[in-house]
Design a binder for this molecule. Sequence first.
Ligand SMILES: NC(=O)C1=CN([C@@H]2O[C@H](COP(=O)(O)OP(=O)(O)OC[C@H]3O[C@@H](n4cnc5c(N)ncnc54)[C@H](OP(=O)(O)O)[C@@H]3O)[C@@H](O)[C@H]2O)C=CC1
Ligand SMILES: CC(=O)N[C@@H](CCC(=O)OP(=O)(O)O)C(=O)O
Length: 349
Amino acid sequence: MSSKVKVAIIGSTGYGGVELIRLLASHPQAEVTSVISSSSAGAPIAEGFPHLTEIRTDLLDDVNPELIKSKADVVFIATPAGIAAKLVPSLLEVGLKVIDISGDYRLKSREQYEMWYKKEAADQIYIDQAVYGLSEIYGDAVRGVDFVSNPGCFPTATLLGLVPAVKAGFIDPSTIIIDAKTGVSGAGRGVNLGTHFSELNENFKAYKLNKHQHIPEIEQVLSDAAGKPVITTFTTHLVPMTRGIMSTIYASVNGTLTDEDFVSLYRNYYEGRPFVRVRNTGTWPTTKEVWGSNYCDIGFSVDERTGRVTIISVIDNLVKGAAGQAIQNLNLMLGWDETLGLKFVPTYP
Ligand SMILES: NC(=O)C1=CN([C@@H]2O[C@H](COP(=O)(O)OP(=O)(O)OC[C@H]3O[C@@H](n4cnc5c(N)ncnc54)[C@H](OP(=O)(O)O)[C@@H]3O)[C@@H](O)[C@H]2O)C=CC1
Ligand SMILES: CC(=O)N[C@@H](CCC(=O)OP(=O)(O)O)C(=O)O
């Protein structure tokens, strides 16, 4: 009998869920024992996902907390916003550990959630219980807890690129502008006109200007890092590629600092955190250099002329931006080495 920790996935037929299945297939201490669907329970998962043929021969289970508890110790939730808000209480109640990949428990204020997500917020008692799992910043708080809220994809790239500089006072937080680009898998597997091939291919578009639901999440963490309220300008763009996020960040530098100062600050800050790689001066990461991996790569350029720094931060939205970081949080929750099952070399070219 296997001594691995048993894991279930709600939303296993979506991009985040399927990525969890892929990554967990090679985890040395966890195994997926239940894949769950609200719309296709009873069907073999490999029927809808032929790439899983002979890898997963099981049928999809229904969303039923008691059934999940009978099959698993930990449950990942990879569902659209608004679902986990209602599901989490019953999952915690039956004694499951929960990692929610959606945005339902990231914002500590119910009013903020309702304003930005336009949905009814979760109960405050559960919001208060959720630990925000931006692993390299709040990893210590994740150790041993039962309920983690996994960060958004854009916030992960952006905040890993900003928090050390904000904490150290290297930049003026009131001047931050974030220009972010994402691959289309960030929108999930559902079909809509905005992600239709002929609308997207050979095209480049900005969307959700000044309305993106990740704005309050980014500001919540930056305010924590700065020790005072921080607001930012954050613009998202859709790029005709499948995976990848690049956050290009601009801010005014405090005093006279060089690229070397930034590299040295970030290398110190992320020492012992193997998934953040800080580039040498004069080189900047591309999305392909982290494709399929749990890395976040960061590079800098200080402009003496303008007194501003440009920070480039890249991740794979489905790995470090979703399933990979969720597994990193599983590892932290269970007191394991945070890299277990995640040491993937990026797929290149
Ligand atoms: N894609 C990405 O890069 C990232 C996504 N996220 C977040 O992760 C979550 C999942 O995203 P993603 O996988 O891309 O989305 P998808 O749209 O690809 O998948 C969502 C899945 O949720 C399931 N679902 C829908 N309604 C319900 C319900 N009422 N109860 C239970 N399950 C339901 C659906 O499966 P079924 O019908 O079989 O139940 C569907 O396959 C979202 O909240 C998203 O914002 C976070 C970071 C990055
Ligand atoms: C391309 C695309 O549409 N991407 C999505 C990313 C959503 C996501 O991952 O985030 P939450 O879980 O916080 O909703 C977006 O920009 O809204």
